[in-house]
Design a protein. Structure first.
Lengths: 289, 303
């Protein structure tokens, strides 16, 4: 039976959650660990399928949509009438409930998409905009000088070259400059965005940053499989902001603690620690500090 | 395309405040080097190829030679060239054929340390004076840059020169026969000494001296002092190109610290070379076969 699919390209399914400040969480609210659900191991799919660029998704892996529409996420491309091919190398993820499929790829390059929270570094300012860099060696992103909360033409934000801001991508397309803003243009509130003062910015892979921002599901289990920050947050007080462009800003009381958190992040990212490994590493690091 | 961004004010302020508390971002000591990994080519016929890693910094070196006519003003010397390139694998801002200032400085420091100090004896490369000599060339490619590329380049080069073997030859009057590697075992180069480079980055007007800086630490530093010396303590060159002024006593203490690091690097190279020789010469047969020495009996002098 042939389904008549009307396929449209969608943006990334998982939206990054906005989370700037965190205080010490209650010890009572931490549950003993059930089996960790990583997106690659969700029971809704069979074996993980790895696709290389140019390969077509086999038809038996496609979900059956109720309304006849299939949503495609990043890394997939539709060639009419009914072929879906991969554009990057990655593992295929399928969500049968939402009739969506996308590719998870551990690439090092970040491509801006609308709605992403990013950590941008100001490079220079012009008459009414700041030019900020999201990633090195790419064109600058434009941040309007009035795109902040509670700012008018008389009171502009004082950002110099080298300052770091937490912003959201408001416009991203292949043919125009990327635009970012430091407030929610619908409500006019900052929601945690704005200049990040002090602390330290650590580089991680964009895929790891995405796992950090996935948040926890209903049972309190981390969806991305990264528990480093939560574990450390149990003992150490710190502020963190995760940028989807592969940067994590950490500000803790002391230099030593910030260095420790940075090392744990790097270990979880490059060392590929699983949840148990992360817990052990955090315990060891907390003992040394 | 804009070039790489300088680190943000948050990052440079943090690195500086960490260094003031004697902390580095990867928990090393202030003068501690990252673990150095030195590998030679696994092909038994290939000599003189090295792959050096210091943390994320990665450099490969290849030494090769050919027979050419020597320069007319240097009839008794062979030719030795060093060619060092930053590969575009490092980042989008690097282009081959358009060396930027960092690459030129790197080449110049390597020339001063290795060629000008006569580490490789070029007279030993001469076959027939004025007519035939060996042209040894060393090609270095920096594949990944996380600081200390000069240190890694020098180490890779010295190890490759010590590992390399040139073809054997025989001279009969005016006739030279250069033997192929399959006909006669190739011969090692004569190195008079093994120089290494140690880069010291300093902060706070020379009060904090850091060895083996990562890329982030290098971008936040106020200046650097490069010392090239060998394990006997003989200094080949000291370079300080600009940067914040530093008093002479600090420079002397840096030279002393560098000596310890050079001894460490030298032992790394020697260990790797002996390990490689043992692997290529399993059972020790080649050494016994190729040696032309007779058994010498040490006799006591009479009287």
């Amino acid at each position: 039976m042939r389904y008549d699919r009307d396929i449209k390209n969608a943006k990334a399914i998982d939206r990054s959650s906005s989370r700037k400040t965190r205080s010490i969480p209650d010890i009572t609210s931490r549950n003993p660990s059930p089996p960790q659900l990583h997106p690659h191991n969700t029971p809704s799919m069979e074996a993980t399928m790895v696709l290389l660029p140019g390969e077509n998704v086999p038809t038996d892996h496609l979900p059956k949509p109720k309304k006849g529409k299939l949503t495609l996420g990043p890394g997939l491309q539709h060639t009419p009438p009914s072929t879906i091919s991969a554009t990057t190398a990655g593992s295929l993820q399928v969500d049968h409930r939402k009739a969506a499929l996308w590719l998870e790829h551990a690439g090092g390059r970040y491509q801006p998409s609308v709605g992403d929270l990013v950590i941008a570094q100001v490079h220079h300012s012009s008459v009414d905009t700041f030019s900020c860099a999201l990633t090195p060696h790419t064109s600058f992103a434009i941040l309007g000088q009035l795109a902040f909360e509670g700012v008018s033409k008389k009171t502009r934000p004082q950002l110099k070259a080298g300052d770091v801001v937490y912003a959201r991508v408001s416009k991203a397309s292949k043919w125009e400059d990327v635009e970012i803003e430091c407030f929610n243009s619908a409500t006019g509130k900052a929601e945690g965005m704005g200049q990040l003062k002090g602390g330290m910015v650590f580089d991680v892979r964009p895929a790891f940053a995405r796992r950090l921002m996935m948040g926890t599901d209903k049972e309190g289990v981390s969806k991305g499989g990264v528990v480093v920050l939560e574990e450390v947050g149990g003992k150490v007080k710190f502020e963190v902001a995760v940028g989807r462009n592969g940067k994590v800003w950490v500000d803790s009381g002391s230099v030593r603690e910030t260095v420790m958190i940075g090392q744990l992040l790097r270990g979880a990212d490059e060392g590929g620690w699983d949840v148990e490994g992360q817990r052990k590493a955090v315990k060891k690091a907390l003992r040394d500090v | 395309m804009p070039h790489a961004t300088r680190p943000s004010t948050n990052e440079s302020a943090f690195v500086l405040s960490a260094l003031r508390e004697n902390l580095r971002l990867d928990s090393r000591a202030i003068d501690q080097y990252r673990p150095i990994s030195l590998k030679f080519s696994s092909d038994p016929d290939v000599y003189g190829q090295t792959d050096v890693r210091m943390g994320k910094t990665r450099v490969i070196c290849n030494v090769s030679c050919e027979v050419i006519t020597p320069y007319s003003d240097r009839k008794f010397d062979g030719v030795f060239n060093i060619n060092c390139e930053l590969s575009p694998l490092i980042g989008a801002g690097v282009e081959i054929g358009r060396p930027d200032q960092a690459e030129l400085l790197l080449s110049r420091l390597l020339e001063k340390s290795i060629r000008r100090s006569n580490a490789l004896d070029t007279e030993s490369l001469c076959i027939i004076a004025g007519q035939k000599c060996f042209h040894v060339r060393a090609d270095l490619h920096v594949l990944d840059h996380d600081g200390s590329i000069l240190d890694a380049c020098c180490l890779a080069l010295v190890a490759a020169l010590q590992h390399f073997r040139r073809p054997d030859y025989e001279v009969h009057g005016e006739q030279v026969t250069v033997f192929d590697v399959r006909e006669r075992e190739p011969v090692k180069l004569t190195l008079q000494h093994q120089p290494f480079c140690v880069t010291t980055s300093y902060y706070d007007a020379g009060t904090i001296m850091v060895q083996d800086a990562t890329l982030l630490e290098e971008q936040c530093r106020e200046g650097e002092i490069v010392v090239s010396m060998n394990r006997h303590g003989e200094v080949c060159q000291i370079a300080k190109y600009g940067g914040v002024p530093v008093d002479a006593l600090s420079v002397l203490s840096v030279v002393k610290q560098s000596w310890e690091k050079v001894k460490m690097m030298d032992s790394v190279v020697r260990e790797a070379l002996s390990k490689d020789e043992r692997e290529r010469d399993k059972g020790g047969r080649m050494k016994a076969e190729l040696s032309a020495e007779n058994e010498r009996v040490m006799e006591r002098p009479v009287g």
